[in-house]
Design a binder for this molecule. Structure first.
Ligand SMILES: NC(=O)c1ccc[n+]([C@@H]2O[C@H](COP(=O)([O-])OP(=O)(O)OC[C@H]3O[C@@H](n4cnc5c(N)ncnc54)[C@H](O)[C@@H]3O)[C@@H](O)[C@H]2O)c1
Length: 245
């Protein structure tokens, strides 16, 4: 008898937000390479996202109404997700005593409310399929430990971890697992403008002496979505080379 291939996602549908570039693009292409039909969402669909994804959809995940509108036809056309990856995220760094209301609201709206919006509008359909499924939220080690200059970002990612755990309790009996990954520093567009000293500090913290590549995070997401992680739910998997220990 052929061995069961846990990373074969043929016939399955994976939704990935923030799929145009960076970690989201790596996740989308990894799921596509493993046979999934990927639905990618981003503010703008990049050519890479168009190429990799079965459907590439321009969407602002922070809008409850826009997410509801974008999701409805997908659910009706048999593209109910088996895997939902809430990856879209932004940073607007500033020390607390100078942070503007807009910087606070934007980060919370994309990073935390965005994940809520996607989960809110898809989980009922996922439950109704009876197939179970997997939700993976891309948090951050800075949601676990807090980070200077990132009260908004750290709060959004800590909130995302709370959302992950509470949702895992609500949908576990439907066979839907909800987990988070918490990357350390990954060199993407998001971190291009991080000061050199901060990059060096992250590197010094890394027990492996290197920073993550987007593919390292994508691999952890694929694992959590796979049957190999079939008894894992409500967890936060750090992908940080031991940066936050
Ligand atoms: N890069 C890092 O060091 C790092 C570390 C820990 C966690 N993360 C998290 O990983 C995720 C991906 O980060 P990245 O480094 O690839 O960043 P990135 O800036 O390269 O990519 C983020 C993507 O999200 C999209 N996006 C932003 N706002 C959106 C919105 N309102 N609606 C839809 N899409 C939107 C962007 O257009 C972009 O394509 C984020 O949630 C980030 O917080 C990143």
């Amino acid at each position: 008898m052929a061995a069961h291939e846990p990373f074969d996602f043929s016939g399955r549908v994976a939704w990935v937000t923030g799929a145009s570039r960076g970690i989201g693009a790596a996740i989308a292409s990894l799921f596509a390479a493993h046979g999934a039909r990927v639905v990618g969402f981003d503010l703008f669909a990049s050519p890479a996202m168009e190429e990799v994804c079965h459907r590439a959809i321009a969407l602002d995940v922070s809008s409850f109404a826009a997410v509801e509108e974008a999701v409805a036809p997908l659910l009706q056309s048999k593209l109910v997700p088996d895997v939902l990856v809430n990856n879209a995220g932004i940073a607007r760094d500033r020390v607390l005593w100078k942070m503007t209301e807009l910087e606070w609201d934007q980060v919370l709206d994309v990073n935390l409310k965005g994940a809520f919006n996607l989960m809110r509008h898809t989980v009922a359909a996922m439950r109704a399929t009876g197939r179970g499924g997997s939700v993976i939220n891309v948090a951050s080690i800075n949601g676990l430990r807090g980070k200077f200059g990132q009260t908004n970002y750290s709060a959004s990612k800590a909130g995302l971890i709370g959302l992950t755990k509470a949702a895992a309790r609500e949908v576990g009996r439907d066979g839907i697992r909800v987990n988070a990954v918490a990357p350390g520093m990954v060199m993407t567009d998001m971190t291009l403008n991080v000061p050199l000293e901060a990059r060096q500090a992250a590197l010094a913290e890394s027990l492996l002496g290197k920073l993550a590549h987007a593919d390292d995070v994508a691999n952890a997401v694929l694992f959590l979505a796979s049957s190999m992680a079939g008894h894992i739910t409500g967890q936060v998997v750090q992908v940080d080379g031991g940066q936050c220990l």
